[in-house]
Design a protein. Structure first.
Length: 363
């Protein structure tokens, strides 16, 4: 590792470039039933990238991987598709194209990589950075090795240090605080993917009943509004509250969370071989009285499930906290779902693309 103070170089940085797997993620990749690849991104890294973009720093993503979810993730952070280089076998040409389009020199770009394909760019960029868990060869050519692993804050570390040195770091008080009023670990995971800082706060048990005669397609939205109205305290001045509820509808019947093995079995037998609807209702409320309320629908089709498959799933995954007695991201989704029309993430419990579009009105 070079023996000079890397912080001297921070003053000259005008843009950032990053590998994805192992830098912006831990390197884990999950295949969805429709063939897309899902990656888990760190919310703190996403927040830092959003701040950098707002401050006028171009950001490039240069990765050998290829997935629509990659483009979608960085689109939500304000990074245009043209700056997301996928299927990059030789990263030098893509890096130089990025520099040329923004009329900056390679010496004015900080680049973070974690493995051998990243080394050529690290040798020509202005500041070469490696996550704490990068391979040995990358650490040896890095100007700075972060104290944080890939997908666990190393990008936030680099961006924050750069902007602090250049006196451009976002003031924490200017960022509205988001509160997610949901006990669902899936909603927490999905919201973190948008890159906004947030906290989870619950109001205790809420009666999720709804008026008789409510149209089935409005039930989720009705319950989400009820959760909003039952929040246990006034909102703080800079606070935004999000509530949500998801229902499964099959043949006009709402399938809630099963109370027993027998009920879970009945629900899955009903869904077997059919197309059903998943509806998530969402509310967004700010302390100054602004509000948004919407529902998102997805159609999900199951193959025919035999009783052995249904019993195996119930025994091993215990889906008693899930509407319709199943989680699309679990085993039953891999072996049983033949098609989805609409948002996959909506089926998981939160339509994050629509939520992002609505949140931009508040942030």
């Amino acid at each position: 590792m070079p023996n000079y103070n890397y912080k001297v170089k921070l003053h000259k940085i005008k843009a950032f470039a990053f590998d994805v797997d192992g830098v912006l993620t831990r390197g884990d990749v999950i295949s969805t039933p429709d063939g897309d690849l899902l990656r888990s991104f760190d919310a703190k890294d996403g927040f830092a990238l959003r701040v950098a973009v707002k401050r006028g720093y171009p950001v490039a993503i240069i990765t050998g991987g290829c997935s629509e979810s990659i483009a979608k993730r960085f689109r939500t952070l304000g990074i245009p598709d043209i700056d997301v280089y996928q299927k990059s076998k030789n990263k030098i040409p893509d890096f130089m194209d990025f520099c040329k389009r923004y009329s900056i020199s390679p010496e004015e770009v900080a680049f973070a990589g974690d493995d051998i394909p990243d080394i050529p760019v690290m040798k020509i960029c202005g500041l070469a950075v490696a996550p704490a868990d990068a391979v040995r060869q990358v650490k040896e050519c890095a100007d700075y090795v972060s104290l944080y692993d890939g997908g666990r804050g190393c990008v936030r570390d680099l961006v924050e240090q750069t902007l602090v040195v250049q006196q451009k770091w976002e003031k924490p008080s200017s960022v509205p605080r988001i509160t997610l009023a949901s006990a669902s670990p899936r909603r927490k995971e999905l919201l973190s993917g948008l890159g906004y800082p947030f906290q989870v706060e619950l109001s205790g048990e809420i009666d999720e009943s709804y008026p008789e005669g409510t149209p089935v397609e409005l039930v989720a939205q009705t319950i989400a509004i009820k959760k909003r109205d039952c929040f246990h305290r006034p909102l703080r001045t800079d606070e935004i509250l999000i509530t949500a509820d998801t229902v499964v509808i099959c043949d006009g019947e709402i399938l809630g969370k099963p109370a027993s093995v027998q009920e879970a079995r009945r629900m899955l037998q009903k869904l077997s071989g059919k197309t059903h609807q998943v509806v998530t209702g969402v509310t967004i409320t700010s302390a100054d009285g602004q509000g948004s309320c919407f529902s998102t629908n997805s159609d999900v089709t199951f193959a025919n499930l035999d009783d052995e498959e249904i019993d195996f799933y119930i025994e091993h995954y215990k889906p008693f906290d899930k509407a319709g007695a199943y989680g699309i991201q679990e085993w039953i989704g891999f072996i049983g779902i033949t098609s989805i029309t609409g948002s996959y993430f909506n089926v998981m419990g939160l339509p994050v693309q629509r939520l992002y579009t609505e949140l931009k009105r508040f942030l």
